[in-house]
Design a protein around this ligand. Structure first.
Ligand SMILES: *[C@@H]1O[C@H](CO)[C@@H](O)[C@H](O)[C@H]1NC(C)=O
Ligand SMILES: *[C@@H]1O[C@H](CO)[C@@H](O)[C@H](O)[C@H]1NC(C)=O
Length: 546
């Protein structure tokens, strides 16, 4: 028996030049010619146009507040006007906006120059023919009736959908429409309100488990950061620890999808948090457990283990004896007591186990998600988040329901009624506990950018959020969160999560189907598809007392 990793096989290499600029959206249009003008002939193709583009400013709401603070008599900051740098800090567009627009311009052989101090305006000159194509426009000569002045204008123009959030005045931090189909760090930052500013506490560490000779490639990480976190140094990397003869071979072809995903979505999301890739080799000392116990014992042996550990591997619960399962779960209890948050992907087979397994009788819970001393992470998809249908969830046949989730699970079971009766253990520990995005996630493997799916994506993302919360807690002189579930299931914790109540149905019926059933439904409150829901960083900050 071997542990497997939780990632659907799909690795679809993306079209070169990562974000798609194909979907065009109309940015501005008018149906009629302004009064006093007459529409003339099409503008000559070779005429050169000077175009200006406003890039969405970083934080105009913040600047507005600052303006009122310094301008309102009686305010504590009255008269304390801002410096040039302070104003520019509010205005300068987010690096991701700038780099996205740069990428678009470069792809079209256009060189632009910045024409405002904060960099929120750029200018470029291109011929009419190129402008018509680039902007799906129809530049035309308009004659001013009274003066005879001729102006070159278009009644409508479009820009790529991926750029709209960067270049128009839409709501601050609106989630780009492209995130419905292409999930990048910028999407997760917008969707969950995850800060892009670097963490500050060097003692705050995030551990990423590696098994099965899955190697995390440094050059791929650098490429990933260059494409998707251009605001970070592309040299930002992870530390390495090895046990059981583990390695981290850097031959490009040896890069593992799982290992690259897990390192790219920790280094790339938990900005500034020191990440350690812990590579467990094949000389395991724990036999059937494939290194799962070895890595925990290894960390228990450290004076300062990472405060968060994310693992995207697992197996079906029925492949492991109860006695061994309890032993391993007890090891998690120890590490939790040391203040470590242990997160695992819940699995990718819906109610049918870790992968799509054939099962006809009972549902197959996954391991170690049934252990009550870890946090199991399921998957969601889309900008209006719904459950991902592969998201494993259910009830353990080994571990009884822990008290922290009694009320939530009871509510779910009451609502469920007789559905799936006899197919699952009504007294078992329910999982997952929480969820995060798990489809269309962009990673770089062996130099190529592609899409992956699976709860494998969700665990490192959620773990990164926890690490960033720990950074703030440690900076404030407080303890890191440690074992998460009692907090997550508390009223304050649950209220800080986005409750996911529906599933995305393709051709499937049901929310996490399997074993010839529709699986369990996602619904209001906890459910065994998406748990309590996905993170809202600012609400979590409040919930942890910051
Ligand atoms: C988080 O919750 C707050 C308060 O309800 C809300 O205003 C904010 O938009 C949410 N953040 C995100 C990124 O959804
Ligand atoms: C159901 O789960 C309990 C633990 O809550 C366990 O003791 C029992 O053996 C399980 N039943 C089956 C049929 O697996």
């Amino acid at each position: 028996m071997r542990i497997g990793f939780f990632m659907l096989a799909a690795f679809v290499a993306a079209v070169a030049g990562s974000p798609s600029f194909r979907n065009m959206l109309v940015l501005e249009q008018r149906s009629d010619v302004p009064v006093g003008f007459t529409k003339g002939t099409p503008a000559p193709a070779a005429n050169v146009l000077d175009l200006r583009l406003a890039i969405k400013q970083n934080d105009m709401a913040g600047l507005e507040k600052a303006l009122f603070d310094v301008s309102t008599p009686g305010s504590a900051l009255y008269g304390q006007h801002l410096t040039k740098e302070e104003v520019e800090a509010f205005v300068t567009p987010a690096p991701e906006s700038i780099s996205l627009i740069q990428e678009w311009l470069v792809a079209n052989d256009i060189t632009a120059k910045t024409i405002s101090p904060a960099g929120d305006w750029i200018q470029f000159s291109i011929p009419v023919s190129q402008a018509n194509t680039l902007l799906e426009a129809d530049f035309t000569i308009f004659n001013h009736d009274e003066t005879g002045t001729q102006l070159t204008r278009t009644l409508a123009y479009s820009i790529p959908a991926t750029l709209q959030e960067s270049s128009s005045n839409l709501e601050s931090r609106a989630v780009p429409a492209s995130c419905n189909t292409v999930v990048t760090p910028a999407c997760l930052q917008a969707l969950y309100g995850i800060p892009t500013t670097p963490a500050t506490q060097s003692t705050n560490k995030l551990g990423v488990s590696g098994f099965l000779d899955q190697f995390a490639n440094q050059a791929d990480l650098a490429r990933f950061l260059k494409s998707f976190r251009p605001d970070l140094a592309s040299t930002t990397t992870f530390a390495l620890q090895t046990l059981d003869g583990g390695a981290n071979t850097q031959t490009p072809a040896d890069a593992g999808d799982e290992a690259n995903l897990d390192t790219q979505y920790t280094v790339g999301i938990a900005t500034g948090v020191p990440v350690t890739f812990i590579s467990v080799g094949n000389k395991v000392k724990d036999g059937n457990l494939g290194g799962f116990l070895d890595i925990i014992n290894f960390l228990l042996g450290e004076a300062a283990p990472p405060q968060v550990l994310t693992t995207s591997y697992g197996q079906n619960e029925d492949t492991i004896s109860s006695a061994l399962a309890v032993q391993l779960c007890n090891a998690y209890m120890q590490l939790g007591a040391r203040g470590v948050s242990i997160l695992f992907a819940s699995g990718d087979g819906g109610v049918a186990g870790s992968q799509t397994t054939t099962c006809s009788k009972s549902f197959l819970p996954t391991f170690p998600s049934g252990c009550p001393f870890m946090t199991s992470v399921g998957a969601t998809t889309g900008n209006t988040e719904t459950a991902a249908t592969f998201s494993s969830g259910g009830f353990s046949n080994i571990f009884a329901r822990p008290s922290y989730q009694t009320a939530n699970v009871a509510t779910f079971l009451t609502a469920l009624g007789k559905t799936n009766a006899g197919k699952f253990n009504t007294t078992g520990r329910g999982f997952p506990d929480v969820s995060a995005q798990g489809e269309n996630v962009q990673i770089v493997v062996d130099t190529k950018t592609g899409s992956v799916a699976g709860t494998s994506c969700s665990s490192p993302i959620f773990a990164s959020v926890i690490s960033l919360l720990n950074d703030r807690l440690i900076a404030a002189g407080k303890s890191p969160l440690g074992f998460l579930n009692p907090f997550l299931y508390s009223a304050a914790g649950a209220a800080a999560l986005n409750d996911i109540t529906t599933a995305h149905r393709y051709c499937f019926r049901g929310d996490n189907p399997g074993c010839g059933t529709n699986g369990f439904p996602a619904r209001a409150g906890w459910d065994p598809v998406t748990g309590l829901g996905t993170p809202n960083f600012s609400k979590l900050l409040t919930a942890v007392g910051l």
